[in-house]
Design a protein around this ligand. Structure first.
Ligand SMILES: Cc1cc2nc3c(=O)[nH]c(=O)nc-3n(C[C@H](O)[C@H](O)[C@H](O)COP(=O)(O)OP(=O)(O)OC[C@H]3O[C@@H](n4cnc5c(N)ncnc54)[C@H](O)[C@@H]3O)c2cc1C
Length: 467
């Protein structure tokens, strides 16, 4: 064990209102907006100077499907769709209805890739900020949450570090959207990590974007090489044999954007790293950048349509697919997704399949090996830590197995979980109850009235029956 020391100081206490949302990614944006719109005084804390998390800082995109697996039924609406529509009105996104499976915007991937949402990350930053501010959320940017404050078994706030120094931010309910369950873990909540057999996590990926790609040449090549499971697979294999492809990937993960010649590249792969270790994150940034350099050389030398490619930008943070998953009141399992289990406390419907990038080799992705239903459900109890009060956890660190998390971790389901958690936090404030005790029927009614789709049997009730 490394050396330790005792450290103690008086902290200024900041009133963060009724609900404190930690992390301004897809989960936190939706949670903060939903909480504030439902009447709770809400503060959103984010470590970067802008909102979006992987949506912006991670350069992750497109948003994976918000539809059923077959692409027929739109499932995720609410705040997610509001944001898409607003981005679209600014020319910074296109509605998913326009993108069938296998489209260049979906990386030419068919299985699970119908109805993706391409968008521009800078537009996402503007729109997220506008929507959060319009809802009346108090923002605290450039603020990293380093610890949890726990009193009588309930989280009552956090310790945050910023240019203003260390501060205690106090609120009645905290919604942990840090993606790593930072607050819940520091507060002592139980969590799991990695796959069952060896605890290994999905690999990290440093996204980057390139410009000057000849779209027509790329699309012609990919469509005429249908034996390649992923784009350019045979060229990747040739380069690997020549010692020119030092990346554990079988093909090129590449997604056409709304700008001519600009593609997002999801191809670096960084194994055996843990996103809750600062040493591993540092290593991921270093190795990720080396892989970007190697890929650019490979692209220019070997890929049709990429002869004049240039780097547009790299992500501001290495992308982390999986870290802590809380032990919640209900753990979502692969079987629930496969059998379309119905939950009385359903808070989201999803269709994206299991997407596990191998923790050790070049295989994986949405290969359909672990089947899921056309439409499956997420229950509210998966956002409620089993043994801790005053807190909800929304986003990729929900209570789920490694396999189930690998399906619901993508951005549209995370927006949906955030909206549920924010609405539930506001409801808990209204009743003075613990999040685990909120009346779920009322929660569902509120969400449906606010644009969420939970299935045809959840019909809209007249406005005004609540709030
Ligand atoms: C490489 C990769 C590829 C992916 N591809 C896709 C894709 O193509 N489409 C798709 O839809 N999804 C994709 N995903 C999944 C998706 O991007 C994430 O799972 C999703 O963004 C999770 O949302 P979140 O809100 O839980 O977390 P995040 O997006 O990670 O947001 C968390 C936010 O919290 C902030 N934060 C974290 N800790 C603290 C702290 N202690 N204090 C203050 N702030 C903090 C972060 O800065 C960040 O803004 C991909 C993910 C990765 C990593």
């Amino acid at each position: 064990m490394s050396a330790t020391m005792h450290y103690e100081r008086e902290l200024p206490v900041i009133d963060a209102g009724d609900v404190l949302v930690v992390g301004g990614g897809p989960g936190g944006i939706a949670a903060a907006i939903a909480s504030a719109r439902n009447g709770a005084r809400t503060t959103l804390v984010e470590r970067f100077g802008y909102l979006g998390g992987n949506l912006t800082a991670g350069l992750v995109g497109p948003c994976m499907t918000s539809y059923s697996l077959d692409g027929e039924t739109q499932l995720i609406k609410g705040i997610f769709e509001e944001m898409v529509n607003r981005m679209e009105s600014l020319g910074g996104a296109e509605h998913p209805r326009n993108f069938p499976a296998g489209s260049p915007e979906a990386g030419f991937i068919s299985y699970g890739h119908a109805r993706v949402t391409p968008f521009d990350p800078e537009t996402a930053k503007f729109v997220a900020l506008d929507m959060v501010r319009e809802a009346g959320v108090q923002l605290r940017l450039h603020t990293f949450v380093a610890d949890a404050i726990v009193e009588d078994g309930a989280v009552t706030g956090v310790v945050a570090a910023s240019k203003s120094g260390l501060e205690a931010l106090k609120a009645q309910i905290t919604v942990d959207c840090s993606a790593d369950a930072d607050v819940a873990a520091r507060a002592g909540a139980a969590f799991e990590k990695g796959r069952d057999e060896d605890g290994l996590l999905q690999p990290m990926t440093l996204f980057f974007r390139v410009k000057n790609v000849n779209n027509a040449v790329v699309e012609e090549y990919v469509h005429s090489h249908t034996d390649d499971f992923r784009p350019f697979e045979s060229l990747v294999m040739q380069a690997r044999e020549a010692g020119e492809f030092p990346i554990p990937r079988k093909g090129i993960g590449m997604y056409r954007t709304g700008e001519d010649g600009v593609w997002r590249i999801n191809t670096t792969r960084l194994h055996r790293l843990d996103g809750t270790s600062v040493e591993d994150l540092t290593q991921g940034e270093i190795d990720g950048r080396e892989q970007v350099k190697a890929l650019l050389t490979f692209f220019r030398k070997r890929l049709p349509g990429f002869e004049n490619v240039e780097l547009l930008d790299t992500a501001s943070m290495v992308g982390v697919r999986e870290t802590r998953r809380i032990v919640g009141e209900y753990q979502l399992k692969l079987d629930d997704l496969a059998t379309a289990r119905e939950f009385d406390d359903v808070i989201a419907l999803c269709g994206y399949p299991v997407d596990i990038h191998s923790p050790t080799d070049d295989s994986g992705g949405t290969d359909g090996k672990l089947a899921t239903a056309n439409i499956y459900q997420i229950p509210y109890r998966s956002l409620v830590p089993r043994d801790l009060n005053g807190i909800l956890v929304a986003g990729r660190s929900l209570s789920a197995t490694h396999e189930a998390q690998a399906a619901v971790r993508v951005m549209p389901p995370v927006f949906a979980m955030g909206q549920a958690a924010g609405t539930a936090a506001a409801l808990a404030i209204e009743y003075g109850s613990e999040p685990r005790a909120v009346p779920v029927k009322q929660l569902q009614e509120m969400m449906v009235r606010q644009g969420v789709y939970l299935g045809d049997k959840y019909e809209k009730t007249p406005a005004g029956s609540h709030r």
